[in-house]
Design a protein around this ligand. Structure first.
Ligand code: NI
Ligand code: MN
Length: 225
């Protein structure tokens, strides 16, 4: 599995020859201005919730690429009304897609579209593909429900929000890492605006103190899992 970071919570995942994008918010992120969303190859779009900073580029990408949207029922229905294709799921459900298996898990947050439309419950995803399992937490606080994840999944990587204010911060993400029994964490949802800026070196130090790794990718950077 190859992961490429597009800033904020936007991540491209390439697996089994399919291209996935998670929570595309790129065109309005000045820090991601070197990413041309009109050139991205996308087969599936995974959306954790309806907030603007997670769905902004969905219509632009999906109308060009005909990518299928995977999210909760309400988010998928919203985009189906705009003639885009989707596969609605909800917490507890798993589905085998051609790229791999997706399981929907809980997230503690809110979810509404910019126009006020109800966006269902926010979710996280477990993606299993090419013999690896990754947890995409979405926007969430630390929660006890995270302890359920290692009962069913042995994670190779967890992608957690760490910027605070709207989500958990570094301190809580370290506890989340214990709950999900995964010591390899990629941070997201930080530095996009001043309110969620973090000290990179300090955050990495706090993780390594607990024998954990915090990966902070630069925008456009790729890594293989
Ligand atoms: Ni949000
Ligand atoms: Mn957000």
């Amino acid at each position: 599995m190859e992961i490429q970071y597009f800033g904020h919570s936007s991540i491209a995942i390439q697996t089994n020859n399919f291209n996935l994008i998670v929570d595309p918010f790129i065109s309005a992120n000045p820090k991601a201005s070197n990413i041309d969303i009109d050139k991205l190859e996308v087969d599936y779009i995974l959306l954790t919730h309806a907030h603007y900073d997670h769905v902004l580029d969905v219509e632009r990408i999906a109308s060009r690429t005909k990518a299928q949207i995977i999210s909760n029922h309400e988010v998928v229905s919203y985009f189906e009304k705009k003639d885009l294709k989707g596969h609605g799921m909800n917490q507890g459900g798993s589905w085998d897609f051609e790229f791999g298996r997706v399981t929907v898990v809980n997230a503690i947050h809110s979810s509404s579209f910019a126009d006020g439309t109800y966006g269902g419950n926010p979710v996280g995803f477990i993606l299993e593909a090419e013999g690896k399992s990754i947890y995409l937490a979405g926007d969430t606080d630390l929660m006890m429900d995270m302890k359920l994840i290692p009962m069913f999944h042995k994670l190779d990587l967890a992608i957690l929000p760490i910027g605070g204010n709207f989500t958990m911060d570094v301190k809580k993400a370290i506890v989340a890492s214990d709950f999900i029994e995964c010591n390899k964490i990629m941070g997201i949802h930080y530095d996009t605006s001043p309110i969620i800026e973090i000290d990179h070196e300090e955050a990495k130090r706090q993780f390594s103190e607990k024998d954990k790794e915090l990966i902070l990718m630069s925008i456009g950077e790729r890594m293989t899992i």
